[in-house]
Structures are given as structure tokens and as C-alpha cells.
Design a protein. Structure first.
Length: 241
């Protein structure tokens, strides 16, 4: 294993430590990683290049007996403006946490363009729920966790079984979540159509049922995310399940 490794990624979490160090979590095209930036909080440190949602190229030193690599060099490639706005930050934070959990080395190359595109969408779209829903479901698909679109028993109100199947209200098994009118078609559009067409389909309908379904499905298939509560509060996702 190379002790010095150069990578790129988006900073998705930062944890200040006593003494001025900062632990950074990043998502990049090669996977998720965590590094410690020594003395980054001190005057003259690198904190200006180490903020949330900054896209950086960095070098880290990997010492075999240490769990975390040490950041040695960092170059700012770009930053996304506007993601700290109260109505946008919950969506960006959720996508970032989901990407960090999903971006294993074998899936990261497929997740990376979806993740960065969805962050750009959250920064610019009039309704941040739309890129949140699109990006969340597409990252799950890139990680091999998309639900089956074959309806087990069509004919009633559409539900998504959290084990990964569509079914009508008459036979859908718990745990399940209601997809809403047109929800099954909307989910199919997200998973099967090009991004612009999928976003147009979401804009034409109500993204809220598919957002509720996304939160429940991720919690069941991946793990409950800490950022979920902020999404529910910001976008009022409590409703029929």
C-alpha cells in the first residue's frame, strides 16, 4: 500500500477536535475516505479550503498503525454556493451522508457523477426536493440497491415494500410505504430515464411521496441516517405510509 496517496473528493462532513485538528469525510470517484487535517483550525491553517461541499484534490499520508490518514496537501478545485441556505442544506446533507455510506470502491465511479450532479441541482433548483429525490434514488441504483419495478400484484393503491418490491395495497407486505398517485411511474422514470427527463417527470407531479419512500427505503436498506430528521422537518414528510 502506498503511504502517500493523491485523490479528489467533495468534503461531506467535518469534525473539529481539541488542539485545532479537523477530521474530514470525503466522497470521490474512488470511494469514501476520512482524513485528519492537523492544526487546520489555527490562524494561517487550511480551513478556508476545507469547508463543507468544497471539491478538493488532496494528498494524504497513510501510516499502517493509524486508522486515519493525515492530510498533507490540499488544492481547492471548486465550491458549490448556496447549499448552506436553510431550505437547501437538509437536502445537500442527506445526499452527502447517503453518498458516503454507498461509495465503496467498487461502486464509487458510478455514484460520483450522480452525487455531484444532484448537489448542483440542490444548489440551483427552485424546489430542492426534486434533485434530492432524483439523486437519492439514482445513487441507490448505482450501488445496486434499486427496488424491482415489477409489480407483484397490480390493481390497487401503489406501495413499495421496503424489501424491494412494488405491490398494491391489497397484498403489499410490511414494512411498506405508500408511493402516491403516479408514484410507481415516477419511480420508474427516475430509475430508467435520462436525468433531464426524470427531473421533468418529478416537476410535473408531487415529489413528496417519493421523498417519503426514499427516506424509509434508505433507513431499511442502508441504515438510518442522522440527516433524515432535518429532511423530515424541512420538507414536511410526515404522511401516509
Amino acid at each position: 500500500m502506498e503511504r502517500y496517496r493523491t485523490s479528489e473528493g467533495v468534503i461531506v462532513a467535518r469534525k473539529p477536535l481539541p488542539g485545532g485538528d479537523v477530521i474530514l469525510r470525503l466522497v470521490g470517484p474512488e470511494g469514501s475516505s476520512a482524513v485528519v487535517a492537523r492544526k487546520a483550525q489555527r490562524p494561517g491553517g487550511r480551513s478556508g479550503r476545507l469547508m463543507l461541499f468544497h471539491h478538493v484534490r488532496y494528498q494524504a499520508y497513510h501510516k499502517p498503525e493509524r486508522e486515519l490518514a493525515t492530510l498533507t496537501q490540499v488544492e481547492l478545485i471548486g465550491r458549490l454556493e448556496g447549499l448552506s441556505e436553510p431550505r437547501r442544506y437538509p437536502a445537500a446533507a442527506y445526499l452527502a451522508e447517503l453518498a458516503y455510506n454507498l461509495a465503496a470502491p467498487e461502486t464509487a465511479a458510478a455514484i460520483w457523477p450522480v452525487f455531484t450532479s444532484s448537489l448542483r441541482g440542490v444548489a440551483s433548483h427552485a424546489d430542492p426536493r426534486v434533485p434530492l429525490v432524483w439523486g437519492g434514488w439514482r445513487m441507490l441504483a448505482a450501488a445496486g440497491l434499486a427496488p424491482s419495478l415489477d409489480d407483484r400484484c397490480p390493481g390497487g393503491a401503489p406501495y413499495l415494500e421496503l424489501t424491494g418490491s412494488l405491490a398494491s395495497s391489497a397484498c403489499a407486505r410490511e414494512p411498506r410505504v405508500y408511493l402516491g398517485t403516479g408514484g410507481a411511474a415516477g419511480l420508474a422514470a427516475i430509475l430508467k430515464r435520462p436525468g433531464s427527463q426524470a427531473v421533468a417527470a418529478l416537476e410535473a407531479g408531487d415529489p413528496l411521496p417519493l421523498l417519503r419512500a426514499l427516506l424509509a427505503y434508505v433507513s431499511y436498506q442502508v441504515e438510518p441516517l442522522r440527516s433524515e430528521a432535518a429532511v423530515r422537518s424541512a420538507y414536511r414528510t410526515n404522511g401516509k405510509t
